[in-house]
Design a protein around this ligand. Structure first.
Ligand code: OGA
Ligand code: MN
Length: 279
């Protein structure tokens, strides 16, 4: 049943995924009913978006803490005052945008974040949109034969694959050198702990191979899945304005920030909420 609330209107961003929630002022304390309705809308639409939210970092963290437990990102240090908030930033002179490839956040950790939140602080005059894709639909539209093949498989998720490492290089250059890389094995088809729905949990940025197969053996099926899962009918595209706040569900979505604004500054403040072990 579609979520409704007396306090906000739900305006879908596309048929597949994403909704703007219109009416709440997140600088004000929300009631428990509001939080319940926001969570329900988020579980239904996978990405929820609030416009014109001029939150301070304190207000942003307070809102995040109503939804879950803020976590830490392994590659970039947080803001001095608020280590749970990291700056996702591209300066006018930089070429790489952070995370500029289809992915779900930190799938290479044993317990990837359930949610990621971004609050837009500086946006380019045009461009810098983010695409999202619905991994429930990506799974549900596979043939019964391929679903059955994938169901028992586990995949290796790595932080250090070349294409995704490049998308962090400008950010990580500002940090003290850390040699670390991360790897984890997770089910290819995961069951959402809150909705009970199955989704496709592979992505081109992190997924290296199926356990028990070589990279070469895994490649044809993985390539097919990478192409299948981001078809336009599974996606929406978010245009950011200063004060846009988005929350997505990493357990059943992918996202792709588009790198089409060279010469301009873009700054987002990011909070992730801790998640559980994928099953
Ligand atoms: C992220 C990310 C998307 C964006 O913060 O995890 O992928 O639009 N950013 O900047
Ligand atoms: Mn990301």
């Amino acid at each position: 049943m579609a979520v409704s609330s007396p306090r906000f209107e739900v305006r879908p961003l596309s048929a597949a995924i994403g909704a703007e929630l219109i009416g709440l002022d997140l600088t004000q304390p929300l009631t428990d009913d509001d939080i319940r309705d926001v969570r329900a809308a988020w579980l239904e639409h996978l990405v929820v978006v609030f416009r014109d939210q001029g939150l301070t970092s304190e207000q942003y963290l307070a809102f995040a803490r109503r939804l879950g437990e803020p976590g830490h990102y392994p590659f970039v240090a947080g803001l001095n005052e608020h280590p749970e908030i990291i700056a996702v930033e591209k300066l006018p002179g930089e070429r790489n945008n952070f995370g500029g490839i289809w992915h779900t956040d930190t799938a290479y950790l044993p317990q990837p974040p359930s949610a990621s939140m971004l609050l837009a602080r500086v946006v380019p005059p045009e461009g810098g949109d983010t695409e999202f894709a619905n991994m429930y639909e990506a799974y549900e539209t596979l043939s019964p034969e391929l679903k059955a093949t994938l169901e028992p498989l586990q995949a290796r998720q790595c932080s250090a694959l070349a294409d995704v490492s490049r998308t962090r290089s400008d950010r990580v250059a500002h940090e003290a050198p850390k040699k670390q890389s991360f790897e984890a094995t997770h089910p290819v088809v995961r069951t959402h702990p809150e909705t009970g729905r199955k989704s496709l949990y592979v992505n081109v940025a992190h997924t290296s191979h199926f356990e028990g197969q070589t990279q070469e053996e895994s490649k044809p099926v993985l390539q097919e899945l990478f192409a299948h899962q981001v078809q336009p009918q599974f996606t929406c595209r978010l245009r950011w304005e200063v004060g846009t706040l988005a929350i997505w569900d990493n357990r059943c979505t992918l996202h792709n920030p588009i790198n089409d604004y060279h010469g301009h500054h873009r700054l987002m403040h990011r909070i992730t909420l801790n998640g559980d072990t994928p099953t």
